[in-house]
Design a protein around this ligand. Structure first.
Ligand code: FE2
Ligand code: FE2
Length: 400
Protein backbone atom coordinates (compact mmCIF):
# COMPACT_ATOMS: atom_id res chain seq x y z
CA UNK A 1 0.00 0.00 0.00
CA UNK A 2 1.28 3.52 -0.77
CA UNK A 3 1.54 6.30 1.77
CA UNK A 4 -1.67 8.30 1.48
CA UNK A 5 -0.55 11.09 3.82
CA UNK A 6 2.66 12.02 1.98
CA UNK A 7 1.05 11.71 -1.46
CA UNK A 8 -1.71 14.15 -0.62
CA UNK A 9 0.12 16.42 1.86
CA UNK A 10 0.13 19.47 -0.41
CA UNK A 11 -3.51 19.30 -1.44
CA UNK A 12 -6.20 21.57 0.08
CA UNK A 13 -8.02 19.94 3.01
CA UNK A 14 -11.34 19.58 1.18
CA UNK A 15 -9.75 17.78 -1.79
CA UNK A 16 -7.65 15.63 0.50
CA UNK A 17 -10.70 14.55 2.51
CA UNK A 18 -12.59 13.78 -0.68
CA UNK A 19 -9.72 11.69 -2.06
CA UNK A 20 -9.39 9.85 1.19
CA UNK A 21 -13.06 8.91 1.10
CA UNK A 22 -12.59 7.48 -2.43
CA UNK A 23 -9.77 5.28 -1.24
CA UNK A 24 -11.86 4.04 1.66
CA UNK A 25 -14.61 3.18 -0.82
CA UNK A 26 -12.20 1.31 -3.04
CA UNK A 27 -10.83 -0.63 -0.12
CA UNK A 28 -14.28 -1.85 0.89
CA UNK A 29 -15.42 -2.70 -2.60
CA UNK A 30 -12.42 -4.91 -3.26
CA UNK A 31 -12.53 -6.74 0.08
CA UNK A 32 -14.07 -9.92 -1.36
CA UNK A 33 -12.70 -10.89 -4.75
CA UNK A 34 -16.01 -11.90 -6.29
CA UNK A 35 -16.46 -10.29 -9.74
CA UNK A 36 -20.25 -10.75 -9.63
CA UNK A 37 -20.42 -8.83 -6.37
CA UNK A 38 -18.21 -6.09 -7.74
CA UNK A 39 -20.41 -5.71 -10.80
CA UNK A 40 -23.52 -5.59 -8.58
CA UNK A 41 -22.10 -3.09 -6.10
CA UNK A 42 -19.51 -1.21 -8.19
CA UNK A 43 -21.79 1.13 -10.18
CA UNK A 44 -23.72 1.97 -6.98
CA UNK A 45 -20.38 2.63 -5.28
CA UNK A 46 -19.49 5.15 -7.96
CA UNK A 47 -22.88 6.85 -7.81
CA UNK A 48 -22.85 6.96 -4.01
CA UNK A 49 -19.27 7.62 -3.05
CA UNK A 50 -17.70 9.38 -6.01
CA UNK A 51 -20.62 11.25 -7.58
CA UNK A 52 -22.40 11.56 -4.21
CA UNK A 53 -25.79 11.47 -5.90
CA UNK A 54 -27.58 11.61 -2.55
CA UNK A 55 -25.94 14.90 -1.60
CA UNK A 56 -26.66 17.09 -4.60
CA UNK A 57 -29.62 18.86 -3.05
CA UNK A 58 -31.99 17.58 -5.75
CA UNK A 59 -34.22 14.47 -5.84
CA UNK A 60 -32.50 11.31 -7.08
CA UNK A 61 -34.05 9.13 -9.79
CA UNK A 62 -33.03 5.49 -9.63
CA UNK A 63 -33.99 3.14 -12.46
CA UNK A 64 -35.45 -0.18 -11.41
CA UNK A 65 -36.19 -3.17 -13.65
CA UNK A 66 -37.89 -5.97 -11.73
CA UNK A 67 -40.82 -8.16 -12.79
CA UNK A 68 -44.25 -7.91 -11.22
CA UNK A 69 -45.20 -11.50 -10.36
CA UNK A 70 -48.95 -12.11 -10.73
CA UNK A 71 -50.71 -15.23 -9.54
CA UNK A 72 -54.34 -15.58 -10.63
CA UNK A 73 -54.94 -18.63 -8.47
CA UNK A 74 -54.44 -16.79 -5.15
CA UNK A 75 -52.75 -19.66 -3.31
CA UNK A 76 -52.38 -19.93 0.46
CA UNK A 77 -48.73 -20.75 0.01
CA UNK A 78 -47.06 -19.82 3.28
CA UNK A 79 -48.64 -20.24 6.71
CA UNK A 80 -45.91 -18.28 8.51
CA UNK A 81 -46.45 -15.26 6.24
CA UNK A 82 -50.21 -15.59 6.61
CA UNK A 83 -49.75 -15.41 10.37
CA UNK A 84 -47.43 -12.39 10.05
CA UNK A 85 -50.09 -10.66 7.93
CA UNK A 86 -52.70 -11.26 10.62
CA UNK A 87 -50.39 -9.90 13.33
CA UNK A 88 -49.42 -6.91 11.19
CA UNK A 89 -53.06 -5.89 10.70
CA UNK A 90 -53.60 -5.98 14.46
CA UNK A 91 -50.34 -4.14 15.12
CA UNK A 92 -51.17 -1.02 13.07
CA UNK A 93 -50.89 2.28 14.94
CA UNK A 94 -51.35 5.95 14.13
CA UNK A 95 -48.29 8.22 14.16
CA UNK A 96 -50.51 11.13 15.26
CA UNK A 97 -51.19 9.34 18.54
CA UNK A 98 -47.65 9.75 19.85
CA UNK A 99 -47.31 12.46 22.51
CA UNK A 100 -46.18 15.19 20.09
CA UNK A 101 -46.99 17.85 22.70
CA UNK A 102 -43.93 16.73 24.73
CA UNK A 103 -41.43 19.60 24.79
CA UNK A 104 -37.99 18.44 23.61
CA UNK A 105 -34.89 20.49 24.39
CA UNK A 106 -31.76 18.80 23.00
CA UNK A 107 -29.64 21.02 25.26
CA UNK A 108 -31.36 20.14 28.51
CA UNK A 109 -28.86 17.98 30.42
CA UNK A 110 -31.64 16.65 32.68
CA UNK A 111 -33.41 14.90 29.79
CA UNK A 112 -30.50 13.71 27.65
CA UNK A 113 -31.20 12.38 24.16
CA UNK A 114 -28.16 10.15 24.52
CA UNK A 115 -26.16 9.28 27.63
CA UNK A 116 -23.17 11.23 28.88
CA UNK A 117 -20.82 8.44 27.80
CA UNK A 118 -21.92 8.55 24.18
CA UNK A 119 -18.91 10.62 23.14
CA UNK A 120 -15.49 10.90 24.78
CA UNK A 121 -14.18 14.47 24.74
CA UNK A 122 -10.75 13.52 26.06
CA UNK A 123 -9.99 12.02 22.63
CA UNK A 124 -10.71 15.40 21.03
CA UNK A 125 -8.53 17.15 23.60
CA UNK A 126 -5.69 14.82 22.68
CA UNK A 127 -5.88 16.32 19.18
CA UNK A 128 -5.75 19.87 20.51
CA UNK A 129 -9.48 20.67 20.40
CA UNK A 130 -10.72 22.65 23.41
CA UNK A 131 -13.77 20.73 24.57
CA UNK A 132 -16.26 21.75 27.26
CA UNK A 133 -19.71 20.67 28.45
CA UNK A 134 -21.38 22.96 25.85
CA UNK A 135 -19.52 21.15 23.09
CA UNK A 136 -20.62 17.85 24.54
CA UNK A 137 -24.26 18.88 24.27
CA UNK A 138 -23.76 20.23 20.75
CA UNK A 139 -22.06 17.01 19.66
CA UNK A 140 -24.69 14.83 21.31
CA UNK A 141 -27.45 16.80 19.56
CA UNK A 142 -25.56 16.43 16.27
CA UNK A 143 -24.95 12.71 16.70
CA UNK A 144 -28.56 12.02 17.69
CA UNK A 145 -29.84 14.06 14.73
CA UNK A 146 -27.38 12.37 12.43
CA UNK A 147 -28.44 8.90 13.48
CA UNK A 148 -32.13 9.70 13.27
CA UNK A 149 -31.56 11.30 9.83
CA UNK A 150 -29.93 8.11 8.63
CA UNK A 151 -32.84 6.12 10.09
CA UNK A 152 -35.20 8.38 8.12
CA UNK A 153 -33.26 7.92 4.87
CA UNK A 154 -33.22 4.17 5.49
CA UNK A 155 -37.00 4.26 6.03
CA UNK A 156 -37.52 5.97 2.67
CA UNK A 157 -35.48 3.15 1.10
CA UNK A 158 -37.52 0.60 3.04
CA UNK A 159 -40.79 2.14 1.85
CA UNK A 160 -39.85 1.79 -1.81
CA UNK A 161 -38.16 -1.59 -1.38
CA UNK A 162 -41.24 -2.95 0.41
CA UNK A 163 -43.42 -1.74 -2.48
CA UNK A 164 -41.12 -3.37 -5.05
CA UNK A 165 -40.86 -6.74 -3.33
CA UNK A 166 -44.62 -6.79 -2.83
CA UNK A 167 -44.89 -6.80 -6.62
CA UNK A 168 -42.07 -9.17 -7.36
CA UNK A 169 -42.11 -11.80 -4.60
CA UNK A 170 -43.49 -15.21 -5.58
CA UNK A 171 -45.34 -16.00 -2.32
CA UNK A 172 -48.93 -14.84 -2.46
CA UNK A 173 -49.22 -14.66 1.31
CA UNK A 174 -46.04 -12.59 1.18
CA UNK A 175 -47.73 -10.04 -1.08
CA UNK A 176 -50.56 -9.46 1.39
CA UNK A 177 -48.09 -9.22 4.22
CA UNK A 178 -45.99 -6.83 2.07
CA UNK A 179 -48.95 -4.46 1.78
CA UNK A 180 -48.87 -4.00 5.57
CA UNK A 181 -45.16 -3.38 5.49
CA UNK A 182 -45.56 -0.62 2.90
CA UNK A 183 -47.97 1.07 5.33
CA UNK A 184 -45.60 0.49 8.26
CA UNK A 185 -42.67 2.06 6.40
CA UNK A 186 -44.80 5.04 5.36
CA UNK A 187 -45.62 5.58 9.03
CA UNK A 188 -41.95 5.28 10.00
CA UNK A 189 -41.02 7.96 7.47
CA UNK A 190 -43.82 10.08 8.93
CA UNK A 191 -42.71 9.83 12.58
CA UNK A 192 -38.94 10.15 12.06
CA UNK A 193 -39.46 13.13 9.75
CA UNK A 194 -41.78 14.79 12.23
CA UNK A 195 -39.41 14.22 15.14
CA UNK A 196 -36.41 15.65 13.26
CA UNK A 197 -38.40 18.53 11.83
CA UNK A 198 -40.29 19.67 14.89
CA UNK A 199 -38.11 18.51 17.81
CA UNK A 200 -34.45 18.39 16.81
CA UNK A 201 -34.81 20.88 13.93
CA UNK A 202 -31.98 19.28 12.06
CA UNK A 203 -31.66 16.93 9.07
CA UNK A 204 -28.41 15.47 7.79
CA UNK A 205 -27.85 14.35 4.22
CA UNK A 206 -27.78 10.66 3.45
CA UNK A 207 -24.54 8.95 4.31
CA UNK A 208 -22.63 7.76 1.20
CA UNK A 209 -22.42 4.14 2.31
CA UNK A 210 -26.13 3.94 3.00
CA UNK A 211 -26.79 5.50 -0.43
CA UNK A 212 -24.65 2.78 -2.07
CA UNK A 213 -26.66 0.01 -0.41
CA UNK A 214 -30.02 1.56 -1.27
CA UNK A 215 -28.95 2.29 -4.86
CA UNK A 216 -27.65 -1.25 -5.26
CA UNK A 217 -30.81 -2.96 -4.07
CA UNK A 218 -33.15 -0.63 -5.95
CA UNK A 219 -31.32 -1.17 -9.26
CA UNK A 220 -30.96 -4.94 -8.84
CA UNK A 221 -33.84 -6.61 -10.69
CA UNK A 222 -33.74 -9.76 -8.52
CA UNK A 223 -36.33 -9.62 -5.75
CA UNK A 224 -34.27 -11.71 -3.38
CA UNK A 225 -31.37 -9.23 -3.58
CA UNK A 226 -33.75 -6.40 -2.70
CA UNK A 227 -34.96 -8.52 0.16
CA UNK A 228 -31.53 -9.45 1.38
CA UNK A 229 -30.36 -5.83 1.18
CA UNK A 230 -33.37 -4.26 2.82
CA UNK A 231 -35.12 -6.78 5.07
CA UNK A 232 -32.03 -8.52 6.35
CA UNK A 233 -29.13 -6.06 6.14
CA UNK A 234 -30.54 -2.53 6.45
CA UNK A 235 -33.48 -3.44 8.68
CA UNK A 236 -31.52 -5.97 10.72
CA UNK A 237 -28.90 -3.38 11.52
CA UNK A 238 -31.50 -0.68 12.06
CA UNK A 239 -33.34 -2.89 14.52
CA UNK A 240 -30.16 -3.20 16.57
CA UNK A 241 -29.61 0.55 16.38
CA UNK A 242 -33.23 1.42 17.27
CA UNK A 243 -33.04 -0.96 20.21
CA UNK A 244 -29.92 0.62 21.58
CA UNK A 245 -31.24 4.15 21.19
CA UNK A 246 -34.49 3.07 22.85
CA UNK A 247 -32.49 1.70 25.76
CA UNK A 248 -30.22 4.74 26.07
CA UNK A 249 -32.45 7.76 25.59
CA UNK A 250 -34.17 9.54 28.47
CA UNK A 251 -36.33 11.62 26.13
CA UNK A 252 -39.85 10.16 26.56
CA UNK A 253 -41.27 11.00 23.11
CA UNK A 254 -38.30 9.49 21.28
CA UNK A 255 -38.54 6.42 23.49
CA UNK A 256 -42.22 5.96 22.73
CA UNK A 257 -41.64 6.49 19.02
CA UNK A 258 -38.88 3.89 18.95
CA UNK A 259 -40.91 1.38 20.95
CA UNK A 260 -43.61 1.49 18.32
CA UNK A 261 -41.22 1.33 15.37
CA UNK A 262 -39.32 -1.62 16.88
CA UNK A 263 -42.54 -3.65 17.10
CA UNK A 264 -43.08 -3.19 13.35
CA UNK A 265 -39.46 -3.79 12.38
CA UNK A 266 -39.37 -7.07 14.29
CA UNK A 267 -42.08 -8.34 11.91
CA UNK A 268 -40.23 -7.02 8.85
CA UNK A 269 -37.04 -8.84 9.67
CA UNK A 270 -39.01 -11.96 10.57
CA UNK A 271 -40.62 -11.81 7.10
CA UNK A 272 -37.18 -11.42 5.49
CA UNK A 273 -35.82 -14.46 7.32
CA UNK A 274 -38.91 -16.51 6.52
CA UNK A 275 -38.90 -15.71 2.77
CA UNK A 276 -35.17 -16.04 2.17
CA UNK A 277 -34.64 -19.17 4.26
CA UNK A 278 -37.01 -21.00 1.95
CA UNK A 279 -35.78 -19.33 -1.24
CA UNK A 280 -32.04 -19.77 -0.59
CA UNK A 281 -32.45 -23.37 0.48
CA UNK A 282 -34.79 -24.52 -2.26
CA UNK A 283 -34.75 -22.25 -5.27
CA UNK A 284 -31.21 -21.10 -6.05
CA UNK A 285 -27.98 -22.81 -7.14
CA UNK A 286 -24.88 -23.08 -4.96
CA UNK A 287 -23.10 -20.49 -7.14
CA UNK A 288 -26.00 -18.06 -6.64
CA UNK A 289 -25.95 -18.70 -2.91
CA UNK A 290 -22.22 -17.97 -2.79
CA UNK A 291 -22.70 -14.70 -4.65
CA UNK A 292 -25.32 -13.62 -2.12
CA UNK A 293 -23.07 -14.63 0.73
CA UNK A 294 -20.24 -12.46 -0.62
CA UNK A 295 -22.60 -9.57 -1.33
CA UNK A 296 -23.94 -9.69 2.23
CA UNK A 297 -20.44 -9.57 3.64
CA UNK A 298 -19.48 -6.52 1.54
CA UNK A 299 -22.67 -4.78 2.59
CA UNK A 300 -21.96 -5.61 6.24
CA UNK A 301 -18.61 -3.83 5.87
CA UNK A 302 -20.26 -0.85 4.20
CA UNK A 303 -22.68 -0.68 7.09
CA UNK A 304 -19.97 -0.95 9.69
CA UNK A 305 -18.13 1.95 8.09
CA UNK A 306 -21.35 3.87 7.66
CA UNK A 307 -21.33 4.64 11.34
CA UNK A 308 -18.30 6.90 11.09
CA UNK A 309 -20.63 9.94 10.97
CA UNK A 310 -18.41 11.85 8.53
CA UNK A 311 -21.31 14.24 7.92
CA UNK A 312 -20.95 15.42 11.54
CA UNK A 313 -17.18 15.68 11.04
CA UNK A 314 -17.67 17.88 7.98
CA UNK A 315 -20.02 20.12 9.92
CA UNK A 316 -17.88 20.70 13.01
CA UNK A 317 -14.30 19.58 12.45
CA UNK A 318 -13.29 19.77 8.80
CA UNK A 319 -9.93 21.58 8.68
CA UNK A 320 -9.52 21.10 12.46
CA UNK A 321 -9.15 17.32 12.62
CA UNK A 322 -8.06 14.86 9.93
CA UNK A 323 -10.46 12.13 8.89
CA UNK A 324 -8.17 9.63 10.63
CA UNK A 325 -8.38 11.58 13.90
CA UNK A 326 -12.15 11.77 13.59
CA UNK A 327 -12.28 8.03 13.06
CA UNK A 328 -10.25 7.55 16.22
CA UNK A 329 -12.76 9.72 18.08
CA UNK A 330 -15.75 7.75 16.74
CA UNK A 331 -14.12 4.38 17.30
CA UNK A 332 -13.16 5.37 20.84
CA UNK A 333 -16.54 6.79 21.87
CA UNK A 334 -18.09 4.28 24.32
CA UNK A 335 -21.66 4.89 23.13
CA UNK A 336 -20.76 4.41 19.49
CA UNK A 337 -18.78 1.27 20.28
CA UNK A 338 -21.87 -0.13 21.90
CA UNK A 339 -23.83 0.88 18.82
CA UNK A 340 -21.68 -1.02 16.37
CA UNK A 341 -21.79 -4.05 18.60
CA UNK A 342 -25.56 -4.05 19.03
CA UNK A 343 -26.23 -3.48 15.33
CA UNK A 344 -24.38 -6.60 14.33
CA UNK A 345 -25.77 -8.69 17.15
CA UNK A 346 -29.15 -8.56 15.40
CA UNK A 347 -27.83 -9.06 11.89
CA UNK A 348 -25.37 -11.96 12.09
CA UNK A 349 -27.81 -14.59 13.50
CA UNK A 350 -30.25 -13.77 10.67
CA UNK A 351 -27.58 -14.31 8.03
CA UNK A 352 -26.83 -17.65 9.66
CA UNK A 353 -30.50 -18.57 9.64
CA UNK A 354 -30.98 -17.92 5.90
CA UNK A 355 -27.89 -19.93 4.98
CA UNK A 356 -25.39 -17.15 4.21
CA UNK A 357 -22.85 -18.11 6.85
CA UNK A 358 -21.14 -21.15 5.36
CA UNK A 359 -17.66 -22.09 6.68
CA UNK A 360 -16.18 -20.49 3.52
CA UNK A 361 -17.23 -16.96 4.58
CA UNK A 362 -16.81 -17.34 8.35
CA UNK A 363 -13.08 -16.56 8.21
CA UNK A 364 -13.92 -13.16 6.69
CA UNK A 365 -16.37 -12.38 9.48
CA UNK A 366 -13.82 -13.62 11.97
CA UNK A 367 -11.18 -11.31 10.50
CA UNK A 368 -13.35 -8.20 10.87
CA UNK A 369 -14.46 -9.16 14.38
CA UNK A 370 -18.11 -9.99 13.72
CA UNK A 371 -18.12 -13.70 14.58
CA UNK A 372 -18.88 -13.08 18.25
CA UNK A 373 -22.57 -12.59 17.32
CA UNK A 374 -22.92 -15.88 15.48
CA UNK A 375 -24.86 -17.71 18.20
CA UNK A 376 -27.53 -15.03 18.79
CA UNK A 377 -31.29 -15.51 18.36
CA UNK A 378 -32.64 -15.00 14.81
CA UNK A 379 -35.61 -12.73 14.07
CA UNK A 380 -38.08 -15.54 13.40
CA UNK A 381 -37.70 -16.65 17.03
CA UNK A 382 -38.05 -13.20 18.57
CA UNK A 383 -41.21 -11.08 18.64
CA UNK A 384 -41.29 -7.30 19.03
CA UNK A 385 -42.79 -7.66 22.51
CA UNK A 386 -40.01 -9.97 23.63
CA UNK A 387 -37.44 -7.60 22.21
CA UNK A 388 -38.90 -4.61 24.07
CA UNK A 389 -39.10 -6.63 27.31
CA UNK A 390 -35.42 -7.55 27.01
CA UNK A 391 -34.43 -3.96 26.26
CA UNK A 392 -36.43 -2.69 29.26
CA UNK A 393 -34.72 -5.22 31.52
CA UNK A 394 -31.30 -4.21 30.22
CA UNK A 395 -32.10 -0.51 30.68
CA UNK A 396 -33.29 -1.17 34.25
CA UNK A 397 -30.13 -3.08 35.14
CA UNK A 398 -28.04 -0.24 33.65
CA UNK A 399 -29.88 2.27 35.83
CA UNK A 400 -29.53 0.15 38.98
FE1 FE2 B 1 -39.18 0.87 8.93
FE1 FE2 C 1 -38.94 -2.09 8.08
Amino acid sequence: MFDFQSLTAKLPTRVKNQLESYFEALEILTEVKDPKVLSALGPSGIRGMILQRGKQGVPTKITSGHYAFFDWSYPHDNAEMEDLYRRAKKGQWDGDMLAWGTPVDPYNPNVPLLPESFVDLSILEKFGVRADSKMKLVLTHSMASWMLSQFLHGEQGALFAAAQVTESVQFFDGKLYGATQVMDEGRHVEVFRRYLESKLEKLYQINDNLFVIIDSLMTDSRWDMKFLGMQIMVEGLALGAFGLMYKMTKEPLLKELLRNVIQDEARHVHYGVCALREHFNKHITEAERREREDWAFEVALLMRNRFMAYEVFEEHFEGILTRAQWREFVLGAPGLQEFRKTMFSRLVPNLREIGLMSPRILQHYERVGLMQYFDGVAADKLSGDQMIRELDQQAASLAA
